[in-house]
Write a protein that binds this ligand. Structure first.
Ligand SMILES: C[S@@+](CC[C@H](N)C(=O)[O-])C[C@H]1O[C@@H](n2cnc3c(N)ncnc32)[C@H](O)[C@@H]1O
Length: 248
């Protein structure tokens, strides 16, 4: 599906606007991050999930690039957990519109926006052409397979997976494959929704608990370095390192 040029320009503009800063305001808006197949409606006793992103690609894009997202997602703070990215190659797995990818472009030497959906690859490429020349050459979109992020051996210094972990099937095997694309001792940052009864967000069944992610990381050949349940109201942040051992 082609994304209308005007719409793309609007979203790219929103991205650059949002890149300016992370708000720390307490006036938080609820996260949406709607899945393409919307979860079942809650019963009348429960809050209903927002349905604004269900359906079209354009509404998914608007959801992922919502300007309120910067308030609860705190992308600058999240990215800072990877430390100084100067001279580094970073891959964003399940990059979507490039919400995190394009925020890392000014900071790293090479940023790879990985996705399995060709529409998001086209979308990111349409944002790329609007980047300043010095940043354009740092960005690469990469169409991947659901079971393989398509990284070259030891290509990435760091990998980030945001709001995507639950979409991946056979995750231990996936992590083992991903591991080979990361340099020795490299970082893996996973951010996803807490498995609480949040008023909004994906269906609870779809979420992966912190303890489950920890277990899978260990089996996948990673050591958990830090778990942060506090910095984001709705999400956990897990920083892991590629371990010397391959996992199980
Ligand atoms: C909810 S979106 C998150 C997008 C982006 N990370 C963000 O936070 O705005 C999930 C993304 O993961 C992609 N995805 C789903 N399964 C994937 C897989 N196995 N490998 C890579 N990307 C995947 C989808 O196409 C979609 O773009």
């Amino acid at each position: 599906m082609r994304v209308p040029v005007l719409f793309t320009a609007m979203i790219a503009g929103m991205c650059f606007w949002a890149c300016q800063s992370d708000s720390t305001s307490n006036n938080q808006m609820p996260p949406v991050m709607t899945r393409e197949t919307p979860p079942p409606l809650a019963t009348s006793a429960e809050p209903r999930l927002p349905m604004s992103g269900a359906g079209s690609f354009e509404s998914l894009v608007a959801d992922y690039e919502s300007k309120d997202r910067v308030i609860w997602q705190k992308p600058g703070m999240v990215i800072s957990m990877l430390g100084d990215l100067t001279g580094k190659t970073v891959a964003d797995i399940g990059a979507g519109t490039g919400y995190f990818t394009f925020r890392m472009v000014p900071l790293a030497t090479h940023v790879i926006g990985v996705d399995i959906d060709p529409r998001f690859i086209s979308f990111m490429d349409s944002v790329k052409v609007r980047l300043p020349a010095e940043y354009r050459s740092r960005f690469e979109s990469r169409l991947a397979q659901p079971d393989d992020p398509g990284l070259n051996p030891e290509e990435a210094d760091a990998v980030i997976i945001v709001n995507t972990y639950g979409y991946i099937e056979n995750r231990v095997k996936y992590l083992q494959t991903l591991r080979s694309g990361i340099k020795p001792g490299g970082d893996l940052l996973i951010i996803d929704f807490k498995k609480n009864n949040l008023p909004v967000g994906p269906d609870n069944d779809f979420k992966v608990s912190v303890s489950q992610v920890e277990k899978e990381l260990h089996s996948g050949g990673f050591e958990v370095a830090r778990i942060d349940n506090e910095s984001l109201d709705y999400q956990y942040i897990i920083l892991a390192k590629k371990s010397a051992q391959q996992g199980e």
